[in-house]
Write a protein that binds this ligand. Structure first.
Ligand SMILES: Nc1ncnc2c1ncn2[C@@H]1O[C@H](COP(=O)(O)OP(=O)(O)OP(=O)(O)O)[C@@H](O)[C@H]1O
Length: 371
């Protein structure tokens, strides 16, 4: 039996813009290039849940889209059960390309816009089913749609199936979009800020629904969120992991509880500090644990550790050396951080602390938690 994970992301980079040809890269001329995702590696298992968190613009959506085949990487690979998804359309492998595309689905934040306003809900859901599951006839497709509408609480299903999108509330539209993905029996769903447009009580309901569906259908989920509280709720309940992204890189990943109660990367600590409901879990401090330096320009990220310009623990060593994501010694062998301080690296210890003043600069996208 294959030991390949459901999805393996290996050294994946996605860069936008600029003149980054081979010669430019060789000459180091990458002006205007946004390194949205830079050398990210990540495994997603069967029936796995990962919540990807980080500030706006850190590359979550780009990474997610590259993972499910919607954004071509600049370099690196994404393999579905051992098969490179970006080569499968040109060099067919054991798993047909069509099967891979069907297995990797996405639920968008803006459900309303992704439904055709001129079609009933059934007619919105039917085309994908017809395309990806041609073995079903119209009666079977209708039955399946009704079953799934029922499962997500849109009952009576025949009433909802004949409604138009404008006759749905925001939460109902979001459920409909989730049904559209689930109908294809995917192995992995990328849920991109799928709950953030909803108010708090609906948000919790929808997160519970996603978790129920995940368990019911053994589907793996990657949830994208800039809200640590939502990430904790989703990953925590599913025994999943939280992956923290900063400027195109995963800087810390581990079981939800470990990340919340035993964060190792200074950036994770600052995100937790800025999230009400979570900030008091670890020794509460009044001032935010970051330096007063603006969020760096993604076209010109800091050298060395990208967080060093905002990191209160930064030393000279961090300005020219890039920490790898590597395992923490501790209760979980799934906890990894990319930080010289967290790993107590001797070269780091022996170098001078950076001299900038520590000052207050609260992450401005801190949201109210959902629970
Ligand atoms: N098609 C594109 N062309 C050029 N730059 C892009 C493109 N898509 C994303 N970017 C840039 O890549 C970086 C990462 O964007 P991305 O949308 O992946 O971040 P994010 O963490 O998902 O942000 P948000 O939470 O705001 O959605 C940003 O600097 C963004 O402006």
């Amino acid at each position: 039996m294959s030991t390949d994970p459901l999805l393996r992301v290996d050294d994946l980079s996605v860069h936008f813009g600029g003149n980054e040809g081979i010669l430019d890269r060789f000459l180091g001329d990458d002006k205007g290039v946004v390194r949205a995702v830079d050398d990210v590696s990540l495994d997603i298992g069967e029936n796995d849940v990962v919540a990807l968190v980080g500030e706006s613009g850190c590359g979550k959506t780009t990474l997610g889209k590259a993972m499910i085949g919607l954004q071509r990487p600049t370099s690196g690979t994404v393999s579905f059960r051992g098969q490179d998804i970006w080569k499968s359309d040109l060099e067919p492998g054991d798993i047909p390309y069509k099967e891979i595309r069907k297995s990797l689905q996405m639920v968008h934040q803006d459900a309303g816009n992704s439904l055709d306003p001129n079609r009933t809900i059934f007619k919105n859901l039917n085309p994908a089913l017809k395309k990806w599951r041609p073995e079903l006839n119209l009666v079977e497709r209708r039955e399946l749609v009704h079953q799934m509408l029922d499962t997500v609480g849109l009952t009576p299903a025949d009433d909802y199936a004949s409604r138009y999108p404008h006759q749905l509330s925001g939460g109902e539209a979001q459920r409909t979009v989730i049904v559209r993905s689930m109908l294809l029996e995917p192995d992995l769903i990328l849920a991109d800020e799928a709950v953030s447009a909803l108010d708090v009580s609906l948000r919790v309901n929808l997160m519970d629904l996603l978790l129920e569906l995940q368990e019911m259908f053994s589907t793996s989920f990657v949830f994208i969120s800039h809200n640590m509280a939502n990430a904790r709720y989703l990953a925590g309940r599913a025994d999943g992991r939280i992956a923290v992204m900063y400027l195109g890189r995963i800087v810390e990943i581990g079981p939800a509880d470990e990340i919340i109660k035993n964060p190792q990367h200074p950036y994770t600590k600052s995100l937790l500090w800025a999230t009400s409901g979570l900030s008091e879990i670890n020794d509460p401090i009044e001032t935010p644990p970051v330096r007063k330096i603006d969020i760096p320009d993604p076209e010109n990220p800091p050298s060395g550790c990208r967080f060093h310009t905002r990191c209160p623990e930064a030393r000279e060593y961090c300005t020219s050396n890039t920490p790898d994501l590597s395992g923490m010694s501790g209760p979980s062998d799934r906890h990894e951080a990319a930080c010289f301080d967290a790993h107590d690296r001797i070269d780091y210890r022996n170098s001078e602390p950076l001299s900038d003043d520590l000052d207050i600069d609260v992450a401005d996208d801190a949201e109210q938690p959902a629970d």
